[in-house]
Design a protein around this ligand. Sequence first.
Ligand SMILES: C[S@@+](CC[C@H](N)C(=O)[O-])C[C@H]1O[C@@H](n2cnc3c(N)ncnc32)[C@H](O)[C@@H]1O
Length: 837
Amino acid sequence: MAKPKKHKKSGKKVTRYTYDDIKEPRTPETGHTSLLPAEEQVVTLPMDNGWSKAIKVGKLPEGEERTVIVDMDPAADPVLFWAGKRNRREVPVLPLQRNEIVSESRIAQIIERARRAAEEKSGAARQGHLFADLEKTLRESDRSKRVEFYTHEEGWKNKLICGDSLQVMESLLHYENQRGRVQMIYLDPPYGIDYNSNFQKLIGTGRNDDDDSDRADDVLTIKAFRDTWSLGVHSYLSYLRERLYLCRDLLSESGGIFLQISEANLHLCRSMMDEVFGYSNFAAQILFRKSGGLTAATLNRVGDYLVWYFKDAEQGRSAYRQLFRRKVPGDEGATQYRYVLLTDGTIRELSDEELARCAENELVAHDNVTSQGNPVYEFRFRGRLFKGPFKPPPERLQALAEMGRLCVVGNTLRYVRRLTDFPWFEVNQLWEDTGVSGFGRPKVYAVQTSDLVVERCISMTTRPGELVLDPTIGSGTTALAAERLGRRWIGIDSSRVAINTARWELLRTLFPHYRLRNGRPTGDFEYEASPRIRMSGLIDGKEPERVELFDRPVPDQSAIRVCGPFEVMSLGRYSVEDWKGYVVGEPAITYGEPAKLENYIEVICRLYRKDAAIQGATGLVHAVAETEKDRIAISVGPLLGRVTGKQINDAVQDALASGILEVHVLGWAFEANVGEVKSQLEKRGRVKVELIMIRPDTLAEGLKATQPEMLFSPLALPDIEVAAVKDGKEKHLRVTLKGVALFDRKRRTTEYKAADSGYVSAWYLDEDYDGDCFVDCQMFFDFKKTPNIKAALKAEVDPEEFTLKLDSQPFSVRGYKRIAVKVVDVYGNESTIVRDI
Ligand SMILES: C[S@@+](CC[C@H](N)C(=O)[O-])C[C@H]1O[C@@H](n2cnc3c(N)ncnc32)[C@H](O)[C@@H]1O
C-alpha cells in the first residue's frame, strides 16, 4: 500500500490502496502494439458445454432461402432456442494497449493544495504531487524495457477499458493472463428491451432523453447496438451468451457472476445461464428495489433482478460471506420482537404506536424452551409448576430464569429472546433497501445502478485485494464500489461517455480508509463485529459468538482515502485482419448470422474519394487517389482501435516507396501523439500528411450515399496556450485551455468552441509526456457535488477548486521537455495535443 502522507497539524492522512504485491504482465503502451505475434489474431469462441451437437431447425420467413442453424441438442437438457444460436464464433484477438495512467487523483491534489495554502498562509502554493512515487517510477523506468511487452511483470493496476466487451474479455484471457483470476463479475448489460434506454449521449446529465437526433453516435456504441439488436431478442441472446461464456473462462473456480436484468428477459437469461454455467451452479435470484419504479398496466415494477451463478457451486459456497442487515423493530427480520417483559414474568404485546416508541433493548420475542426427546421434568417458575422435555437440564434452566430469559405465555414456559441479543438479520434474496443511491452519489448516468447493490455483491463473494470485473461498467458503479471496498477491478464499456464518466467519478471521490490487518488490502480489513447471544450458548454457559460484519470494515478515523492509480486502455493493433467481419452492411438482409461488410477498407476509401484505387492487402497504403494535379495515398485506421503514430509512419514510408508525397490517414480515433508524428514527418520535408476523422455517423447511416465532405473532417486538436510564470525565484510554466474542436452533428461541421462555452467536460495535463503513455498529472472538471472535506482537512478549500478551471497549476519543465493536453468534450470525444517546451 502507498505510504500515507502525514499531516499532523492539518487534519487527516491521505491514503490510497495499491496492489504492487500482485503481479501482472506488462501491457503494450500506445504505438507499440505491432510488436506482437501476427498469427494469434483469431480465436474460436467455444460456446459449448460438451454435450451439444449441430442440428438444423426452422425456416426463415417466406422469400428467404437459408435455414436457421441451431447448434444444440435439446435432448440433453431443456435449453432455449433462438435464431442464430451457434456453438462457435470467430473473434479477432486484439491486444490491449495502455493509453493513459492515472497516477493522481483530483481530490487528492485539491486537498494537498488547500493544506499547503493553510500552512504557508499564501494562496500561491504550487501543485502538489501527493503520490509522486508512482509517477516517478513510470518516468524513470528503463524505456528499452518498456517495449518488451508481456515478457515481464509489474505491480497490478486497475483498468478502465474502452472497447466491446467481447474483444476485451477475449484479450484479457489471451494476452493479459486473466483466465481463472476474476473472483466476481457484475454484468449489467442492456436489458434487451429498448435500445435508447441504454445509451447516454452527454457526460454527466444522468438522462437519455436527449432529442432524437442526439442519440449515441460513437461507432462502438452503434456497433454494440447492431450486434445486440439486428434480430431483436434473437441477437440479444446471442450477444449475451457469447459474453457469458467468456465470463465463465475468466472466473476463478470459487468465483461467481451476477447478471442484472429486468423481468422482461429474466426468464430467458436464467435459462441461458443454466446452460452456460450449469443448473447446479445456480446460487440465488435476488429482487432489488430501484430508486424509480415503472408504471405498468397491471402491477407496477419496483425493482430489477440479479441472477447469481457460481463457476463451481461447492467452491463458491465455501468462499461465500454471509452479510447482515440491522433489525428495525416491526420490520423484516424483527417482526416477532413486539413484546415487553413484565415484572410478573409474563409478556405484553405492544401496539404499533408503542412499538415505535419502545427502546430496542426492551423488545423481546419468545421461543420454545422444550424439545421432544429430552427428559421430561417439572420446573417451578414464579410460583407456577411447568412440566416438559426442557432443552436444558434443571440447573441450567434455573440459570436461564435468573438471567431473565424465561417468561410465561398462556400456560407455557417460554424462552425470552431479546432484539439486542443479535440486532442483525441475514441478508436474503429480497433487497428492498436498495432504492436509494448509496453514499449520496448524484445520478450521472441514465441507467446507473445503486452503489449498495454492487457493494453487497462484492462483499458477499470476494475478499479485499481480489479481482472484480464489470464488462459493461457504465458510469463506473462497480469500479467505485470495488475501489471503496479495496478490491482490484477491471471495467469495460464500449461508450466513450461511459468511460469518461467513470474516470471522472473515480477521480473526484473520497473513500474511507479501512483498517488493514497486515498493512495491505490483500491481507483483509478489520471488520465491525457483533456478539450473538443464543439460547444454546446460554445453556452451555459459553461466551457469545462473535459475528463479523463483512460489509462493515472499520474506518480509520485519522485518514481519508482517494482512488488508487489506474490505467485507461483500449484495444490496440492495426491490421487489415482486425476488420474482417466487423463492419456491418444492412442487418436486415442477413438472418441468423452477424452481418458483415464485404470490404471495410474499400467502402471507407470510396466514400472518401470516389476515384480511390484500392491496393492489395499488404502495406499501409490502402488506396491511391490520382488526379491530374495530385496523387494521394490513403491509409485507413481500424474500427476497433486508434490510429497510431506507427501506422502514420509506416503509411508514409510505404507511400514514399511508391513515390507518393501526400498521405491521408483516416481514422475513427487517434492516439495522443499523432499531431507530433505528423509534424515531425512533415519537418523532414517532402511529404504532406493529413489526419482525417471519420465521422461517427458514417456507419450509423448504414453507409448510405451521404456527401463525403460530411463524413470526414480534419482531425482538430485542442487550442492551448503555454506561458512562463514566475513562482518565487523559480520559473514555471502554466497551460491555459483556450478552446476545443467540436463536431456539430446538425450542421456537420467541425468548429472551435471557447473552452468556457460549456462543451468541455474535463481536461488533463501530462507535464512530462514521454511520447507513449499519457500520465495524468493535473486534471480539471466540475464536481457534480461538492465534497464536504473541511472538517477532515482542517483547511478551507477554495470553492473554485471544484469547478472546471481553465488555467493549470504552475509546473516546472522536466526530462522530456514536452507536455500533452487531453480534452474530453461533453460527448466523450477525446483529443490530445502534444507540445515541445
Ligand atoms: C445498463 S448500462 C450499465 C450501467 C452501470 N451498471 C452503471 O451503474 O452505470 C449498460 C452499459 O453497457 C454498455 N455496453 C453495451 N454494449 C456493450 C458492449 N458490447 N461492450 C461493452 N459495453 C457495452 C453501454 O455503453 C452501457 O454503458
